[in-house]
Design a protein around this ligand. Sequence first.
Ligand SMILES: [Zn+2]
Length: 197
Amino acid sequence: MGFLSTTAIKWNGTFCVFILVLMYIRHTLIPNDEQKLEYRNKIARLKGFEDAFELVKSAISITFKMHRAGLSLILQVMPNNLGAYHILGSNVIVVNRYVLYVIKNLSKSTEEYNSYLFMVLAHEYLHSFGIMDENVVRQMTYNLCMSLLGESHAATLMAKEDPSSLFPQLKMLPQSKFEREYEIVKDFDKKNQSYIS
Ligand SMILES: [Zn+2]
């Protein structure tokens, strides 16, 4: 009897430690509702590409412990089924300026447009770590938006399907082509560049 109760106490102790560890992991890794609200507010208040990319980098650093420096952003008109792409092995992210323009006009709020910007930059930033598998990157982008912003957020909805789930008009656009002209966004990854130099 004495032996049994000692074992039971030991097991109870182990179980309590296990529960405490789980609670600690949940507390530190999974954002609570307050932190989610904070992220949603940050998205709503983003001011341009540089700001959006700073948030993407910190979100991916917190969620996946991944960080890299010195990326450039190029805006170019491309076929409208292509939101953006990353040139493999390079430090360049190219975003479709036409789709960006259309989404800006279709968005009911700055928050919706910013959500697209956050989602698309997060997707291409993840590719820039050498992750080539489209399904893996899509799943990671979805997990990121889901954990930081919640299931019903515009960025999560677009990451789950694609931007046309929020903006069905995108499917009815006249087909665009790659244009020769492009724009390099100044100071896109400024903080890292000054850090390197
Ligand atoms: Zn991709």
